[in-house]
Design a protein around this ligand. Structure first.
Ligand SMILES: NC(=O)c1ccc[n+]([C@@H]2O[C@H](COP(=O)([O-])OP(=O)(O)OC[C@H]3O[C@@H](n4cnc5c(N)ncnc54)[C@H](O)[C@@H]3O)[C@@H](O)[C@H]2O)c1
Length: 384
């Protein structure tokens, strides 16, 4: 293993992990791909560059560590494997960059953080928004007191998901898989980023997030084939006194809705719309602050920062502490009742060779909820 050029293992290379593999093979990020690990038997057919570049491919982590080593393990495996794999990689001397969410209980998060500390390795998380330089600039301004106390922050963000998404594995949309909790939903997984970012922005230090203390929720199942909920309207109380509202769903018609956010503070309001985020603030005294000119960094800044931390010491900005608020929020949401969307609102349709389900009027409802800081029931527009 060389600290000059850290050796990187990517686990779950056949799913989202492919993004890491492609980046490491496409350009020189100052690190080498030491191997990949994935259960998929056809990985080398799907990624021919692995064979061409003689990258070792393993099905199992134990086989990888029996023959190879890695300075950094990137875990893009399904959520319910994150704990066991993190502990295993740390025990074998690797720093870990684990995809989000870190895990599903606060006890596991603490166990994983403690294991990293004991191993003298970092445990970083894959929430890419936390690595953006504009997000960090806004966070520094919040921490410096420029905006005063946070009052209420809200984001509306949804991704459309069709039958291929749910059929690609055994855990999409599930509460448990093979007896293990997975709690998959747009809130816990696909659209977790912007909610986690809100908690991260309100942390009392650069690496911490605020915690949630209570929840008022409306959770719906739009797609009857989904076991968990696929529509969430959420209002959280937090330990920093601010209210957090989040609106997210999968049965929508455009590919994406938002993200759009409104962050109200004592001294000003920050807004953004779109994946580019481009935060703009209007202060109470009329001044405007524009974060749009700050270079956010690279799309895989999380990997670059992790590689740099392996080489130079320290730890990337997003670690286990940054997921505490989101993990507790996922648990609170999971305890709330889920109700089916009434049948006349459910529209099944086909597009691009796959079936989708959309809930009539859902896109406008979620936008209206954000504008009114209200849950659907408060607008007289429940979906059941
Ligand atoms: N940061 C992001 O923007 C982003 C985007 C998508 C997914 N993710 C995260 O990446 C993780 C994986 O999500 P996904 O959508 O790619 O899941 P997926 O189920 O589509 O793919 C997971 C891959 O891991 C492999 N795998 C499953 N179990 C394994 C095991 N025990 N050992 C080795 N390989 C195994 C599968 O064969 C598959 O190739 C999740 O934590 C998810 O939240 C993050």
């Amino acid at each position: 293993m060389s600290m000059e050029r850290p050796q990187v293992l990517v686990v779950g290379a056949g799913g989202y992990g492919r993004v890491y593999v492609d980046a490491l093979l496409r350009e020189d990020l100052g690190a080498d791909l030491a191997g990949v690990c994935d259960l998929a038997p056809d990985l080398e057919e799907r990624i021919p560059a692995l064979r061409e570049r003689k990258i070792p491919v393993y099905r199992d982590l134990t086989d990888f560590y029996a023959r190879e080593g890695a300075d950094l393990a990137v875990l893009a495996s399904p959520v319910h494997f994150h704990r066991d794999m993190t502990l295993y990689c740390l025990a074998h001397g690797s720093h870990v960059l684990c995809e989000k969410p870190l895990c599903l209980t606060l006890a596991e998060a603490e166990e994983m953080a403690a294991a990293a500390e004991a191993a003298n390795r970092f445990l970083a998380l894959g929430y890419q928004l936390d690595y953006r330089r504009d997000v960090l600039a806004l966070k520094r301004d919040i921490l410096a007191g420029r905006y005063g106390a946070p009052r209420r922050l809200g984001v509306c963000h949804s991704f459309r998901r069709g039958e291929r998404y749910y059929a690609r594995n055994d855990w999409a949309g599930k509460v448990t898989v093979r007896g293990r909790e997975v709690l998959d939903s747009p809130f816990a997984n696909a659209c977790a980023h912007n909610f986690q970012m809100m908690t991260f922005l309100l942390g009392d230090g650069l690496r911490t997030a605020c915690d949630v203390t209570g929840l008022e929720a409306e959770l719906y199942r739009g797609n009857p084939r989904v076991e968990n909920f696929d529509i969430a309207a959420l209002r959280f109380a937090t330990d920093c006194g601010a209210e957090l509202m989040y609106f997210t769903a999968h049965p929508i018609l455009p590919d994406a809705l938002g993200p759009r956010g409104v962050f109200e503070f004592e001294e000003g309001t920050v807004t953004f719309a779109g994946e580019a985020h481009a935060f703009r603030a209007r202060m109470k005294d009329g001044r405007q602050v524009d974060y749009g000119s700050i270079d956010p960094g690279q799309p895989l800044q999380k990997l670059l920062d992790a590689i740099q931390a392996v080489r130079e010491g320290g730890a990337p900005v997003c670690g286990a502490e940054a997921d505490r608020g989101h993990i507790r929020a996922v648990r609170l949401a999971q305890d709330c009742p889920v109700v089916a969307v009434r049948e006349e609102l459910r529209v099944s349709y086909e597009e691009g060779g796959q079936r989708y389900l959309r809930v009539e009027g859902l896109e406008k409802l979620l936008e209206d909820c954000l504008d009114a800081w209200a849950l659907p029931a408060q607008l007289g527009r429940r979906l059941d």
